[in-house]
Design a protein around this ligand. Sequence first.
Ligand code: TYD
Length: 139
Amino acid sequence: MSRIDRCQVLPLRRISAPQGNITPVESERDLPFSIERVYYLYDVPGGESRGGHAHYALQQLLVCVMGALDVLIDDGCHRRTVRLDRAHQGLYVCPMIWRELHNFSSGAICLVLASEVYRESDYIRDYGEFQRLAGDGGA
Ligand code: TYD
């Protein structure tokens, strides 16, 4: 299986009630990794993009908890764009995937659940370098 095929939109639980919804996420039950870090992207100005890097080891689940955005994922061989616009769905991103986040709607909030603490040494920020390291996309 190529790396890009490992990057799937995972359905998350939704506990609905007349007073609103709850989506719980538990490492063991809902994710293929243990959560070590949580961060969120917000107040992204119109027209701005984020990401533009890959990680050697980090696994992530990206959840657009408010609004919508597009996530471009690229394993060095194949690329596709996933629209995230539901608080009860998350895009799993495995290691060695180039990602770019585009087209944030006004007020969008993207929650990121990550398998490791922040380490700049885990980043690959140059696309040419990523392509050299990514090989055949893991196929
Ligand atoms: P970066 O991951 O490059 O942002 P994005 O991919 O969303 O555009 O991070 C931007 C800056 O924030 C960078 O200088 C490192 C810092 N940062 C942390 O200190 N801790 C974190 O958990 C994250 C995600 C970023």
